[in-house]
Design a protein around this ligand. Structure first.
Ligand code: ADP
Ligand code: MG
Length: 230
């Protein structure tokens, strides 16, 4: 059995509100290459907090996050940004594309801070768009694309760096059911090719068919089913 790409060990997060908000309480999780994991829970249960901590965007109040075995807390800001640039892709509900840029230029932004030159970034961007079925849309701007196409562009942007792990926060939340199902199918193909994919959702129709389902409630992981066994 391979080592986990990501581990979350006894991670808690308390926001200094009055009274304090315990967004995460001693959460544990280990994710391996090629896994497709749904993190499911109601609104306010701590899903987005967990995602920003796993994605190294925020620090836990206590506990440890490791990427490929290395404790993230030991990295300085610059090292952490470099780690994110190379190893972590993000996909959001609202796509977060730059409206003035073509699809290929949006995807190429996924390679900023990796050291790749302009022509190389564009070449990889076109390859990534082809991989998500959008070879015929490279010169379109977001306003000329459907919702599902926009999300494919956002997925291509996450994938273009060939990350170890992709986090998708409610990736189907802005799409109709059929389009959302296609996006989930694409994410599961990406996992099959070896990238760990973590999908955050409050929607059981999205989570239930996934091979592994982690339920979170009041900041606690309450069940974790379908994890690969050693
Ligand atoms: N920056 C913050 N400051 C204070 N409270 C926060 C902050 N971010 C999230 N919370 C609170 O933490 C809890 C978990 O939020 P969140 O992780 O966004 O849940 P979910 O994504 O499952 O809806 C909620 O009670 C939310 O109000
Ligand atoms: Mg959320």
């Amino acid at each position: 059995m391979t080592e986990p790409v990501l581990t979350v060990e006894e991670v808690s997060k308390t926001y200094p509100t009055d009274p304090p908000t315990h967004a995460l309480r001693a959460a544990n999780l280990a994710v391996r290459a090629g896994e497709l994991v749904a993190v499911v829970g109601p609104s306010g249960s701590g899903k987005s907090t967990l995602l920003s901590i796993m994605g190294t965007l925020e620090d836990p109040t206590s506990g440890t996050v490791r990427l490929r075995g290395y404790p993230v807390a030991r990295l300085g800001d610059a090292q952490r940004a470099a780690l994110r640039a190379r190893h972590i892709g993000f996909v959001f509900q609202q796509f977060h594309l730059i409206p003035t840029l073509t699809a290929e230029k949006n995807v190429a932004t996924g390679l900023l801070y990796t050291g790749a030159g302009h022509a190389e970034r564009l070449r990889h961007a076109r390859d990534a768009l082809e991989a998500v079925g959008l070879a015929h849309r490279t010169r379109y701007r977001p306003g000329q694309l459907s919702g599902g196409e926009k999300q494919r562009v956002a997925i291509a942007r996450a994938l273009v760096k060939q990350p170890s792990i992709v986090f998708a926060d409610e990736p189907t939340g802005a799409l109709d059911t059929a389009t959302g199902e296609n996006i989930i199918r694409l994410l599961s193909e990406i996992a099959r090719s070896g990238t760990a994919v973590i999908v955050i959702t409050h929607d059981h129709a999205i989570a239930d068919p996934m091979p592994r389902r982690v339920r979170i409630r009041d900041g606690r992981v309450t069940t974790d089913t379908g994890a690969p066994t050693a």
